[in-house]
Design a protein around this ligand. Structure first.
Ligand SMILES: [Zn+2]
Length: 546
């Protein structure tokens, strides 16, 4: 390119590329579509502030980085602007996970590298060209640019456009600020929760030994468990195990690990998420009630609340330091703790479950469904992807089976609860969506496996609690019930445990289910922006909606 004008327009168009894609992928009202294109176009046209537009591109460098991030995410999710949770995920995703994911996103990464390398090359050329943009051209562009803003205003008013939510890239900067604000608040958690006390106590005599295990899974989907009706026999142990009570109508309250796991492990929920910053976790409630508490984690510390919760346990065991990343590495530690003869024991187990890259979650000899060697995530490789994912579920079935068998063998009053933090998209329908943590979830990210298991000794001691759990098993539940039910099952009394949310209580009441959105606000299921395809799936699976 030898003319600055051509370079100028080329750079403006390149900067507009994310907006052009988003124009087609986002649910934007007709009136907002006008400012959606005109406002960013006007901002990018301001590149005429420099007589050589290549210099202006240096000012817009951050826009190229965000544009690349946005385009890769569109490749991943098929919709949605970069959410604040995605910035927080950058802080809370370990390097290994990121490396596994980056390899699979190669086509999108190559695309953005080519696009923005071209923009950089053209900018450099602009800087070295003798020619400059003329004064008259620059003035004309500035006038047009201002005119575009003026034209946009009535459309923004009529379309009730919320600039910070609706206009890219302004919404991205807002989300970055929100993410930073949350990050600072969670960094101060130790201070803000220091004075908190559950005032909890156990209502069970010290003479009855008790063991409770809370297993927090990762990324597993209920509809891939044969226990919940999947045609493949992925959960042969759970399907036939005595004492298992499955909940088929269970949803997560959020699809981001760094928020979902803390909801499972604390009294906070989508309805009162702010409590997360000032309350302690379930480990603290059990500890206060006389339990020896242990947190065994197969996920690397990631700076989220979960990491703070490690410190609230009497003992924290990090199994990520072992040679492999398989969940079964947890079992020897669990067995050792169980053999130590603690009268009252509460163990939280945080697994790696079915997190991408699936084939890394189980040893080769556990590859029950083959082939499972996914080269690139694409529709063509879908069968392999599903095989690998189903292998993780089968491995999880064995893992849970071994926990249950171990608890059974010690012959004391014990119970185990298992659910995952969220589900996953697996290129399920015409949208070809993949992974989780998208700002608007899908059915596949919401519907989670959720089950209780009770030992025969527990049933003898607390038959009415087991009966209540069984009688509520077809009711709609969510991750918001876990804290209250775990306290209920273990007979722990605290003003923070609500019997209406406790599935093991006869006072349990079906509650409206909410999703915690990207700005930490509760949203009812029918206000989430779920697509028709998701609502059809929700209804076909017999899930209560809304
Ligand atoms: Zn997760």
């Amino acid at each position: 390119m030898t003319h600055q004008k051509n370079i100028y327009w080329t750079l403006v168009v390149i900067l507009c590329v994310p907006n052009i894609f988003l124009f087609f992928t986002e649910d934007i009202s007709l009136l907002t579509r006008v400012p959606f294109i005109l406002v960013p176009l006007s901002i990018y046209m301001m590149m005429v502030v420099c007589r050589r537009p290549g210099w202006s591109m240096i000012l817009f460098f951050v826009m190229m980085v965000l544009g690349a991030f946005q385009l890769v995410l569109l490749y991943l999710f098929g919709r949605s602007i970069i959410a604040s949770d995605m910035f927080l995920n950058l802080f809370t995703t370990n390097v290994g996970e990121a490396e596994e994911l980056l390899g699979k996103l190669l086509p999108a990464i190559v695309g953005v590298v080519v696009l923005y390398s071209f923009a950089i090359a053209v900018s450099v050329q602009s800087i070295y060209l003798k020619e400059k943009l003329t004064r008259s051209f620059r003035l004309k562009m500035m006038k047009i640019s201002s005119g575009l803003i003026v034209v946009s205003i009535p459309f923004m008013i009529a379309g009730k456009t919320v600039v910070q939510d609706d206009i890219f890239p302004i919404n991205i900067f807002y989300n970055m600020g929100f993410a930073y604000h949350c990050h600072i608040k969670s960094n101060e958690y130790q201070k803000t929760s220091a004075g908190f006390s559950f005032g909890a106590l156990s209502e069970v005599s010290d003479s009855i030994p008790e063991v409770y295990v809370l297993v927090v899974g990762e990324t597993a989907r209920a509809d891939h468990f044969s226990l919940f009706g999947y045609q493949r026999k992925t959960t042969p142990f759970l399907d036939t195990a005595k004492g298992v009570v499955p909940f088929a109508d269970a949803l997560t309250q959020t699809n981001a690990t760094h928020k979902s796991v803390p909801i499972i492990l604390s009294g906070a929920s989508a309805s009162d998420f702010e409590n997360i910053y000032c309350q302690k976790s379930i480990l603290s409630a059990f500890s206060q009630s006389g339990f020896y508490t242990v947190f065994i984690s197969n996920q690397k510390p990631n700076g989220s609340f979960t990491e703070d919760y490690f410190c609230q346990a009497d003992k924290y065991i990090d199994v990520t330091t072992e040679a492999s990343t398989y969940d079964k590495n947890i079992l020897p530690h669990l067995k050792k703790i169980l053999s130590q003869g603690h009268k009252k024991l509460f163990v939280v187990v945080h697994t790696y479950g079915s997190h991408f890259n699936y084939s890394q979650r189980y040893p080769k000899e556990n590859a029950y469904y083959k082939p499972d060697d996914v080269e690139v995530v694409s529709y063509r490789e879908k069968d392999k992807l599903i095989n690998a994912f189903d292998n993780t579920i089968r491995y999880t079935d064995e893992f849970l089976g071994q926990i249950i068998s171990t608890l059974d063998s010690i012959g004391v009053s014990s119970a185990m609860f298992y659910c995952t933090d969220h589900g996953e998209d697996l290129i399920d329908d015409s949208r070809h969506r993949f992974l989780h943590a998208s700002p608007v979830p899908t059915y596949y990210q919401l519907h989670i496996p959720y089950l209780w298991w009770f030992s025969s000794q527990y049933k003898e001691h607390f038959p009415e609690k087991v009966q209540n759990v069984i009688s509520h098993k077809n009711m709609p539940v969510s991750t918001a019930n876990v804290f209250h039910t775990m306290c209920g099952v273990a007979n722990i009394k605290t003003q923070y445990a609500d019997t209406h949310s406790d599935i093991s209580s006869d006072a349990f009441k079906v509650q409206k289910r909410y999703f915690l959105n990207d700005h930490n606000q509760k949203v009812a299921l029918d206000s989430l922006g779920l697509k028709k395809l998701d609502i059809q799936m929700i209804k076909s699976r017999g899930i209560t909606y809304p």
